[in-house]
Design a protein around this ligand. Structure first.
Ligand code: TRP
Length: 450
């Protein structure tokens, strides 16, 4: 029972050391854990909300993709893609928009901050506020709910967006009467370093205090390290490691033993100039091999493009059937599905006729449903711990005569395999269960003839 971990990176900037330590490194690390299916994507639709400079968006997508691959993301194992390569995401975003209360969006921090600034300036409260900014949390909910993510690692500033994603998912599930969406959980990495920047404040592009990760090469790295602010203690004087940003930075990239040795040198009076040189050399040793891969990738954008397109194809294998189910749920259905001609056509077009769909329930168990061509639920299975068991039963049900498999029962009817009811009429199914049983038998029979 794998856990789906999903996160997105807005493509507006160039990755710096703080992004690496705070987000990229822990995410890549998490993706190697057993039992984890990781989904990492470039949130390039989100980039358009903040940035109307096409060159910058384009460059940032390239740099961020190259960075993740260069630091060791295994694209065979992780589903790594661009948001804008998945047309199902904006499509889902619209379905979600239609169930999202405007009042919920009014409370979003990012939007409220813009309004507050406008009010303080004495201009129109919505000055410069686009619908993109206003609806930002809905698009983010679509990113997450599309793939039924269980865990979403993000920074603290995103906690509210995750709460909104859960709200929106619950609203949709409630309105359309079924648990279409898994409720995602936020994960905040408590012990991951928030790196100080050159001036000691949090390293952030908006403070203009960042240390570049790869761009500019060793020279830019060294030049930045030399600009880190220190106190005025002279060489020979004991330094207080704990209050030094230099030490905090060093520690984020060193083993305990290395940090202890560095700390001792500071306490024994190492000059700040030497300390900076030591930090630079330590970082350079760590980053140089990754940087080489990075520039190699940047020089071969076609390779990155291929990797991202393969990732998108994998992601869409999940997104397309999910979206199909959601379209049916809201009533965007094939008009012809109920007619004889439609049924014949439906058989030819995979996914348009009766079908089994498997899903994970809220407790992480695996279940499946039998749906009629028009999307009506005809059977709901028991829950299984092992998805293979559920899969084997779906095949088994199709391989046996529908009339003997589906039998009337106290709950209406049930699908029997070796004397065990493996699936039953969904609760709250139509009162006329005999007609319903006939429909279920028809649907199952149509599958076994295929
Ligand atoms: N809003 C996120 C940020 O700025 C990026 C993002 C977009 C995201 N979609 C997401 C993160 C989905 C996690 C899940 O950091």
């Amino acid at each position: 029972m794998n856990t789906r971990v999903l996160t997105g990176i807005t493509t507006t900037g160039t990755p710096h050391l703080g992004n690496y330590a705070g987000a990229i490194r822990p995410a890549v690390q998490a993706s190697t854990q057993p039992g984890v299916d990781a989904f990492f994507f470039l949130a390039d639709y989100h980039a358009l909300i903040k940035c109307d400079d096409p060159a910058r968006v384009a460059r940032s997508r390239l740099e961020i993709a190259a960075t993740w691959l260069a630091v060791g993301l295994d694209h065979e194992r992780v589903t790594f893609y661009r948001q804008s390569d998945i047309p199902e995401i904006p499509e889902l975003s619209w379905l979600l928009t239609c169930v999202t209360a405007k009042g919920l969006m009014n409370r979003a921090h990012a939007y409220k901050a813009s309004v507050d600034q406008n009010v303080a300036k004495g201009v129109d409260p919505d000055d410069g506020v686009t619908m993109g900014l206003f609806s930002y949390p809905v698009l983010m909910a679509a990113d997450i709910l599309m793939f039924n993510a269980n865990k979403v690692p993000v920074g603290r500033d995103q906690i509210q967006h995750l709460e909104m994603a859960r709200d929106i998912a619950q609203r949709f599930n409630h309105l359309y009467g079924r648990d279409y969406f898994t409720l995602p959980e936020v994960t905040i990495e408590e012990d991951v370093a928030t790196l100080p920047g050159l001036d000691g404040r949090k390293m952030s592009k908006s403070y203009n205090n960042t240390i570049p990760l790869f761009e500019g090469g060793a020279n830019a790295l060294r030049a930045s390290v030399m600009r880190i602010v220190t106190d005025s203690r002279a060489p020979g004087e004991a330094k207080d490691a704990e209050s030094s940003h230099l030490y905090t930075l060093y520690r984020a990239f060193a083993t305990q033993a290395e940090s202890a040795a560095f700390r001792k040198q500071l306490e024994e009076g190492m000059g700040w100039g030497d300390a900076k040189q030591a930090l630079y050399e330590h970082l350079e040793a760590l980053l140089a091999p990754m940087r080489e891969k990075y520039f190699d990738l940047i020089a071969n954008p076609g390779r990155i493009e291929d990797i991202l397109q393969a990732g998108a194809a994998r992601a869409r294998k999940l997104a397309a059937p999910m979206m199909q189910e959601l379209r049916e749920a809201v009533g965007l259905r094939n008009l012809n599905a109920g007619t004889a001609a439609g049924k014949a056509q439906g058989k030819k077009e995979k996914g348009k006729g009766a079908r089994f769909v498997s899903f994970r329930d809220e407790d992480g168990g695996f279940r499946f449903r039998l749906l009629a061509a028009d999307g009506e639920e005809l059977l709901l299975s028991q829950r299984f711990a092992d998805p293979k068991e559920a899969g084997a039963l779906m095949r088994r049900l199709q391989s046996e005569p529908a009339d003997s498999v589906l039998q009337a029962s106290s709950a209406g009817y049930a699908a029997m395999v070796d004397g065990v009811a493996v699936a039953a009429a969904p609760s709250g199914a139509q009162a006329d269960s005999e007609a319903q049983l006939a429909r279920a038998r028809d649907a199952l029979a149509s599958l076994s003839q295929e």
